[in-house]
Design a protein around this ligand. Structure first.
Ligand code: COI
Length: 356
């Protein structure tokens, strides 16, 4: 059993929280999990009151970007028992990101125990309104104080818990980006590393100035094949099947993407993972075959796309098109709230046996 030392807050801040206006990632629960890596191993597992940290100006994560993260959700089953949604998938991905960024992996069982213990401590912070959840943000960063370009020898892993509402509160307008790229094969596109998000900010700002909400990234070599949105993976619903870009080493292997594919397949709907060119998307739309586009991610769940623009071509979708996406969104939300039976084994109930 993992040994986690616990220092509870003397007074909870929960009464200050307006659970009707949570937004996303702005409100933090009372406690956080912290562990430190040194001498070649993870040490000092602890849950402590959320507080600011002091950082040396030569902290290597600030200079050379060894920083990775995950996002997953805790919710409540219909009997009030806290649940996690496919946490092992996020831990496995965190460890793949760690390997790519030359950082240490974290033992899966230990991280799972840390998540469960933190969620049990914060169970009153789990919101229950439809679409809301306690969003967990595990992250790891370098802590050596050194300006030479090298892998740090020390790291910190933390988990924050944020009661959060929906990430996108309305359908989004996408711009397929034909100049900037998010990732290239062989790069770090598959890793959930902070720099991928930093690199997306300037093109996203330009897109917003033109009236778009998000960028649909195209591949970094031909500038032609659809990749992902940056905050979520992308799906195209055709009359006879659903298509999504194949994992190519540059797109993020989304947990929600994988869950939706399992749900679709269980319903006998064909899901094709392949190279999808932006011309093919427009062509299918012009032929009347493309019914809807939606994004899928942990924070975004299933997000409707109202239009997609590529150069001077815009294809539009209205509410009457969103049957499958809305159905999938409800299914994910209902699985997370225990409203429907979880035949997929996605949810993990956290029984009180976890030692706190
Ligand atoms: C998530 O869906 O958890 C993400 O990491 C996307 C975003 C909020 C950065």
């Amino acid at each position: 059993m993992t040994n986690i030392s616990i220092t509870p807050v003397t007074k909870s801040r929960i009464t200050e929280v307006d659970f009707d206006n949570l937004g996303f990632g702005k409100i933090f629960s009372d406690h956080m999990f912290v562990a430190d890596y040194y001498d070649g191993a993870w040490h000092d597992y602890r849950i402590v009151p959320l507080e600011k940290m002091s950082i040396h100006p030569a902290n290597m994560a600030l200079h050379y970007g060894q920083s990775i993260f995950e996002g997953l959700k805790a919710s409540k089953d219909k009997d009030g028992t806290p649940m996690l949604f496919r946490p092992e998938k996020n831990i496995e991905r965190l460890n793949r990101s760690a390997v790519r960024m030359c950082m240490p992996e974290f033992p899966l069982e230990d991280l799972l125990e840390a998540m469960k213990t933190l969620v049990l401590m914060e169970k009153e912070w789990i919101p229950t309104a439809v679409g809301s959840s306690l969003y967990l943000r595990p992250f790891m960063f370098a802590t050596d104080e050194y300006l030479g370009v090298a892998a740090s020898t020390t790291y910190r892993l933390m988990i924050l818990a944020c009661p959060s509402g929906v990430y996108y509160s309305k359908p989004i307008k996408l711009l397929a980006e034909d100049h900037y790229v998010r990732a290239v094969k062989g790069g770090v596109g598959e890793a959930k590393t902070a720099g991928n998000y930093a690199a997306s900010l300037y093109p996203a700002k330009l897109a917003r100035e033109k009236g778009f909400d998000q960028i649909l990234w195209l591949d970094g070599i031909y500038n032609k094949y659809v990749q992902e949105v940056g905050t979520m993976n992308i799906f195209f619903v055709l009359k006879d099947k659903v298509m999504t870009p194949a994992e190519d080493g540059a797109i993020l292997k989304g947990v929600t993407r994988n869950s939706l594919m399992k749900i679709l397949k269980s319903r006998g709907i064909e899901v094709v993972e392949k190279l999808i060119s932006i011309d093919e998307v427009i062509d299918e739309y012009n032929k009347g075959n493309l019914i809807e586009i939606f994004g899928a991610g942990t924070a975004a769940v299933v997000t409707n796309v109202s239009s997609m623009t590529y150069k001077d071509i815009t294809i539009s979708f209205d509410e009457s098109n969103w049957e499958l996406s809305n159905n999938l969104k409800n299914t994910i939300n209902q699985l997370r709230n225990g409203e429907i039976e979880d035949t997929f084994d996605f949810t993990m109930r956290i029984e009180e046996t976890v030692a706190i």
